[in-house]
Design a protein around this ligand. Structure first.
Ligand SMILES: Cc1cc2nc3c(=O)[nH]c(=O)nc-3n(C[C@H](O)[C@H](O)[C@H](O)COP(=O)(O)OP(=O)(O)OC[C@H]3O[C@@H](n4cnc5c(N)ncnc54)[C@H](O)[C@@H]3O)c2cc1C
Length: 157
């Protein structure tokens, strides 16, 4: 079991058959699934939402779903991670709690969350002026929230 960041950094020892468990339904699960499929893995992408990338803009999401389809990635919607043992990953349908069982899995990749990086705001903690923390530094989401919060911060100055 490894997390997405270790996979992206090339630090994870990933086997040939992978389940990506994506809780966020954003670019992380799509991106990691895409990378691993290009690396030649059999990839199953399980997402809690109706569709992978549900929280992204429609055009971006649809493009990447198309790319994953071309690479043979199996996409499993409405699936939350329940557990794993040996070479089985247990998912649970988010609507009816029914089990979804993935056999013959070598690696489970967790795409379960992100953390904000606030070093600049922290460095300015003793500064007398107003500091507006916006975008991913406030909470990692998408470009839309960052732009909106940037607009609001600009208007407030
Ligand atoms: C692989 C990937 C795919 C994505 N796909 C999408 C997508 O399809 N659609 C979408 O809407 N969003 C997507 N996102 C999310 C989107 O990129 C972010 O939500 C958005 O960029 C946040 O904007 P921001 O201005 O808050 O932060 P950032 O874009 O991260 O900008 C912060 C900037 O501050 C700089 N910085 C940090 N610390 C300091 C410091 N101490 N001093 C000076 N500068 C500093 C950084 O170098 C950076 O340039 C994706 C993100 C990733 C990583």
């Amino acid at each position: 079991m490894v997390d997405s960041w270790a996979v992206i950094r090339g630090e994870a020892n990933v086997g040939g058959s992978v389940v990506v468990a994506d809780w966020r339904n954003d670019w992380i699960g799509l991106g990691v699934a895409h990378k691993l499929a290009l690396d030649g893995c059999r990839v199953r992408l399980a997402v809690t939402g109706m569709v992978p990338g549900q929280n992204l803009q429609d055009g971006v999401r649809d493009f990447w779903i198309g790319e994953l389809h071309k690479l043979g990635v199996e996409m499993i919607p409405y699936a939350r991670l329940f557990g794993a043992d040996a070479d089985t990953v247990y998912l649970q349908h988010t609507v009816n709690d029914q089990p979804i069982i993935c056999d013959e899995v070598e690696t489970l990749v967790l795409s379960q969350g992100t953390r904000p990086l606030k070093t600049l705001a922290e460095a300015l903690a003793d500064w007398d002026g107003d500091v507006h923390v916006i975008g991913d530094a406030l909470s990692p989401r998408t470009a839309e929230e960052a732009v909106l919060e940037g607009l609001k911060a600009g208007m407030a100055i």
